[in-house]
Structures are given as C-alpha cells and as structure tokens.
Ligand binder design. Structure first.
Ligand code: ADP
Ligand code: MG
Length: 680
C-alpha cells in the first residue's frame, strides 16, 4: 500500500465517488490527505430566537407553528414554514427539498442551524440544517472541518475517506528530523495531518496548521533558493546591442515615462546588456504602467532578431495585450502572434508554424505558450504578467526549447519589501512606485443597497459624458447556498433600471472564451457601456475610458481584491469613481470597507487588512493574487514565513538539498501543481 495509490483503493470509494473526487483534483490517497479543510465550524449552544442577530450562524430549537408549504419559485421548488420557540418566531425556507414537507410535522420540535437573515423585518433562515438533540450534542463538542467540495460530495464522505488513509502515515515519513522539529517547535507530520482533518480542539488545530504552513513556506523557500543558486550569474548569449527601435517607440508614445518607469527601464537595459540572464520582478501597484515596460523589453528583443513572449493569466488579458502591442508595434514592423488554449486546432497549428518560421517576433498568450508543441526560434525573453512566479517546472519546459531566455515577472500584488525579498529571493526587484502624473485620485464611496438607485443615475450621467462603467457581482448565477448578487440576473435587472439607450453586457468565467473576448472587445470599443461582470476583470484589464467601478456585495471580497477591482478605473485622464456597495451595513463590514474609502494605496491596504483580521482570523477572506499557498497566507502567517526563512539560512547547502528532496516526496502533488516557484 502506498500513498500514491488511487483513491479507488480506499474502502467506500466507488466509481462514482472516484469521478467526483477527480473533479476536485483528488486522484490518490495522498491527494486526500492534502485536501485541507477551508475552515472549521463549531456548533455553539442553542439560542433563543429573540436573541438572534442578523448575519450570525446559529442553532435554535423550535416547533413548527403553522403548516409546511411547498411552492414553485422562479427556478426551483421552495419549501417554507414558520417556527416558534416561545421567545420568538422565525421563517425557514429550503430550496429544492420538497420532501421535507412529509418529514416536518406541525407542532414537533427540531433543532435548526443556519445563517440568520432578515427580510422585511422578520427573521429568517435559508437552507438550515436539521438535527435531533443527540446529533446536535455530538457535533457541538468538536470542530467540524469544512472542506472545499464539489456537487455530490459531502464533507462527511471526504472525512470518512481521509480517516481510512490516515493510518498509512507514520512518523518515519516525516522529512523533518526530530531535532529540527524541536528547534522550530513543530509537531510531527502525521500528527499534523490528523489534527488538521480531525482537530481535538482549537489549540491543537492551530499547532497542526502551523506545522503544515511551515512546510509550505519552507519547501517553497528551498526551491527559491535552488533557483537562485542556479540562476546566479548564468551566462546568456542573447545580447541586445541595438536599442534604436526602442528609442523610436518611446518617442511615439503619447506620454513620457514616469520616473519610476524610466528607472525600471534602465534596470532592464542593464540586465540585457550584462551577458548574464535577467531574472527580474517588476512590482507596481495597479495602474502604475507596467505594460509599457514589457513592451519596451519585447521591442528590444524583436529589434535584435529574437523572439519574445508575453504570458498572461487569463485569455481576456492575453487578447487585450495582443491588441495593445499590435497598436504599438505595427508601425515598426514588429509581428505579433496570439496563442491561447481556446484557439481551434487549426488556428494553433498555423500559429505554431508562424512561430517556428520566425514570422512572428512577439508571441502573446496564456500558458499555451510553453506547451511542448511550440517551437521557438531564438526565444530570448519571457515576460509573465500578473502571473505566478516563474518556477522550476516552467524553466524545465523552456529549457527544452533552446537556451534559457531572460525572464521578467510583473506583479501588482502589494507585498512589503521585507516579504518580497524572502519570497522572491531569486529575483532582482524593480519597484514602480509612482503613478502617471495625469491621474486624478479615484473618488470612493461606501454605501448600502438603498443607494443603488442613485448609483444607477450616476452611471447614466457618466455614460452620457461618454464614459463607461463596470458593475461587479460576486456570483455567476443564482445559488442556493449564497445570498449574493449574480451576474446573470443582475444584468437583466440593471438593463431595466438604466435608460434604454445604454448597452449592457455581461462577462463571467462560465462563458465560452470567444464569447468573453467578443464582449470584452465590444466594451473596449465602447459599444457596450456598462459591463456587469464577475471578478474575471480583476487582473490587468485596461479600458481607460471606464470611469465607474461599482462593486455589489463588496463585503464578500478581500480588501486586496477590491483594490485590484478598483484599479480597473482611474486609468485615464478623467475623474473616476468607485462605489463599494455593501450587502450589509454591519460595523465590521463598514470598518473594512472604510479602509478602501480612505486609501488608494495597495501597500497600506494590505497592511490594514492584516491588522483588522488579526491573528485569530485564520480562515477569513483570502488574499487574491499570485502568492496563494494552500493553507498559508503570506500576510497573516508572516511570522511563520520569517521562521521558515531563518531555518533555511541555518542549513548547509547539502542539508537544504536533502530536506527539499525528501519533503518534495511527501508533498509530491502540491509540487507538480503549484510547485514551489510557481505557487498556485
Ligand atoms: P498596470 O501597471 O496596472 O499594468 P497599465 O500598464 O495597464 O498598468 O497602464 C495603465 C494605464 O496607464 C494605461 O492606460 C497606460 O496607457 C497608461 N500609462 C502608462 N504609463 C503612463 C505614463 N507614463 N503616463 C501616462 N499614462 C501612462
Ligand atoms: Mg497590467
């Protein structure tokens, strides 16, 4: 028996479950162990209805006071009843569970647990779970792991499967020697894995989490370290003697580079002239103008007879870059080519041919750029935008394509410098810490939903002035579990609410790629004026004519993510506005959103976010951006990160190698996916 065995070897996992597990990227027993809970649920004591507060998750013990009704809703059957516990009454509803009607008996007592909400003055719970007293008592004593799931799989199914695999772990499998664990106060690996899935109590769970987060950071840092060793002073024969086209390009720009852009461009030129490989991180807040720096470097590659790549995390962004670069490069005779996953086989084949024959100088795309099939001719420069860092895996892929190119990574994730040095230890860092001078600071407001009508009138006004607006909703479609605005329903509603002459478009991740691109193009062209979208526009999208960003259910997003979203406006000369619409106006929500209201500075926001969440809030809304580990959070767990970094420093290179290899063996899957060096 081995942890690499298929999950089908686990008792109770049949064909059907196996297929569903695969959807969650769980293929082996090991994957099960590495599928960590997203958070924990602890059942509190049963509360009187009169004492309930809106927004909390609570349990009540109450009797069905009237009948149980089932009605046809717009999308599904709704089961509803009223319950009372003597202190108050409450309305309960369930979607698509009509069978409850025969189970719930008028006058009988049940325990219901769910999130308390309020609608037209009366207390409600949607989709509450039902328990008997015994069941509830059992559950209330332990922390219940809450797993990321897929439809058809419950936390219980997962827990059971994990429980079966646990005995296969033994202390001898721990890659960290006992003395090392003692020094850094880490519990052993099997204990940590067991505790993270089945915590005895909060404190033991924290210890387990600390160990596993340490592992994530530690192995990541070891791999960064290896990259650095390899990268240091690596000779490169891609030299860049000619830069006259770049000069002309600069002169043709409608603006002058900011001081920070100019400095970074100098640094890039120095890298390219040095005779060794460039490994540079360009870090700059949203809107600081990183794209033009990429364009300059790519222009230099083309001018010197090389190919260059620009890799983006989404197709939407890849398309946008292609268009922007075409606008810049066509006058100079630089040929570009697009390569994305959603292109047809024929389109791809043609692109491959043009790339191989060097008919294209600059290739823009998604991960498809480093597929095996692509054959480059003198690929000298690879730039990744808003991307994972460039790690071992990608390096291996690239090295099979000839001499290793110069590498440049562009990121808007606001990481404090001390953390950046730890996390990007293998890269040199350029900071673009200045916004173009023509920018007016974005005007913000934080409002409740009662302001929505006014916001619509404001959007109409902006559209009449020739501008455009984004409206962001957290969900794609209506969901049973989450009460939040969704793009599909919302866009038809806003169409009704806005003047008929305004074109509304919608964009979300479930749409086909070519449809997404079409919508985005129409928005860029201005034929769509209001774009209702999910966070797919979060990264990189640049439509300088858009001046309003309105975010529905702003409370559902992390501050860093809200800041990124806001960064979609304020990219041109016109005054821009960001409306944070809060779905609830509870003090915690407002306090968080106030931070954004008062600051447009990504670094400041990241720090405030951390301060507000405090050390106890381990499973809050996660930071978005490329630096996401599966458990660890670079901001919240900065202390563990520091500890891991210090631990790496004390080890000899030989010890580092050994621990890295051994650790990688256990965390095999994490590596093949996120693989330190390209954290997912
Ligand atoms: P980001 O750093 O977020 O990727 P972009 O490169 O998309 O930012 O630039 C944002 C906007 O600022 C673009 O519309 C771009 O044309 C403009 N821009 C970039 N540099 C300057 C500059 N030096 N002066 C004026 N506008 C600039
Ligand atoms: Mg960008």
């Amino acid at each position: 028996m081995a942890l690499q065995d298929s999950v089908s070897a686990v008792k109770g996992v049949g064909k059907k479950t196996e297929v569903l597990f695969a959807k969650m990227d769980i293929y082996t027993k090991q994957d099960l162990l590495l599928h960590y809970p997203r958070s924990y649920d602890q059942f509190g004591s049963i509360q009187p209805i009169s004492g309930l507060k809106e927004g909390e998750v609570a349990a009540i013990e109450a009797a069905i006071s009237g009948g149980v009704a089932v009605r046809e809703g717009t999308y599904r059957k709704v089961t509803a009843c009223e319950v009372s516990d003597g202190t108050g009454i409450m309305n309960l509803t369930w979607f698509n569970m009509p069978f409850l009607r025969s189970y719930l008996k008028t006058g009988k007592h049940y325990i219901f647990r769910g999130k308390v909400s309020k609608k037209s003055g009366s207390l409600r719970m949607e989709q509450p779970k039902l328990y008997t007293r015994e069941e509830y008592y059992q559950k209330s004593r332990i922390l219940q792991p809450v797993y990321p799931l897929t439809a058809g799989i419950t936390s219980l199914t997962l827990s059971k499967a994990i429980r079966q695999v646990l005995p296969e772990l033994s202390v001898s499998m721990d890659y960290l020697p006992p003395a090392f664990r003692k020094e850094h106060q880490l519990i052993n690996l099997p204990a940590a894995v067991e505790e993270i899935h089945f915590p005895k109590n909060y404190d033991t769970m924290l210890e387990a989490r600390r160990r596993l987060v340490f592992d994530e950071f530690f192995l990541f840092l070891l791999s960064v370290r290896r990259l650095r060793e390899e990268r240091q002073e690596e000779p490169s024969s891609f030299s860049f003697p000619k830069l006259t086209l770049c000069e002309r390009f600069l002169q043709a720009l409608p603006y002058r580079l900011t001081g920070a852009q100019e400095r970074t461009w100098q640094e890039i030129q120095r890298d390219l002239a040095r005779g060794t490989r460039m490994n540079r991180l360009i870090q700059g807040d949203v809107g600081s103008g990183k794209t033009v720096l990429a364009a300059l470097a790519l222009c230099a590659a083309a001018e010197n007879g090389y190919q260059g790549c620009l890799m983006a995390p989404t197709e939407v962004l890849a398309h946008q870059h292609k268009e922007e670069l075409d606008r810049w490069f066509t006058p100079f005779g630089i040929q570009t080519e697009l390569l994305t996953g959603s292109m047809t086989a024929k389109e791809k084949r043609l692109a491959y041919e043009r790339i191989e024959r060097h008919e294209a100088d600059i290739i823009i795309g998604t991960h498809a750029l480093i597929q095996d099939k692509v054959v480059y001719d003198k690929l000298a420069l690879v730039i990744t935008d808003e991307q994972h860092r460039f790690g071992v895996k990608q390096r291996e892929k690239l090295s099979s394509k000839g001499e290793l190119p110069h590498i440049c990574v562009m990121s808007a994730t606001p990481i404090p410098r001390t953390l950046a040095i730890i996390l990007y230890g293998d890269l040199e860092i350029s900071l673009v810490d200045e916004l173009p001078a023509n920018r007016l600071p974005i005007k913000n407001c934080v409002v409740g939903t009662d302001y929505r009508e006014k916001a619509y009138r404001f959007i109409e006004k902006q559209v009449r002035l020739g501008h455009q607006a984004y409206v962001i909703c957290p969900m794609v479609e209506e969901s049973e579990a989450v009460e939040a605005e969704n793009v599909i329903n919302y866009s038809s509603r806003i169409k009704e609410a806005l003047s008929a002459s305004i074109q509304v478009g919608m964009l979300h991740g479930k749409m086909k790629n070519d449809e997404k691109n079409r919508i985005m193009e129409e928005f860029v062209a201005g034929s769509i004026q209001v774009l209702v979208s999910t966070t797919v526009v979060e990264v990189g999208v640049n439509v300088p004519n858009a001046t309003v960003m309105m975010i529905e259910n702003a409370e559902r997003f992390g501050l860093a993510q809200l800041h990124q979203l806001r960064g979609r406006v304020g990219r041109g000369d016109a005054q821009s506005y960001c409306i944070f619409m809060a779905g609830n106006t509870r003090p915690e929500t407002m306090e968080r959103l106030e931070i954004l209201n008062h600051s447009n500075d990504g670094f400041h926001i990241a720090e405030e976010d951390l301060r507000l969440r405090g050390p106890g809030d381990l499973f809050g809304i996660r930071q978005s951006g490329e630096m996401s580990f599966s458990l660890g959070d670079i901001y919240q767990d900065a202390a563990i990160l520091k500890e891991a970094s210090d631990a790496v420093e004390t080890l000899s290179q030989k010890e580092q190698e050994k621990l890295y290899e051994n650790g990688k063996r256990y965390y095999d899957r994490v590596f093949s996916y996120g693989e330190a060096g390209s954290v997912i």
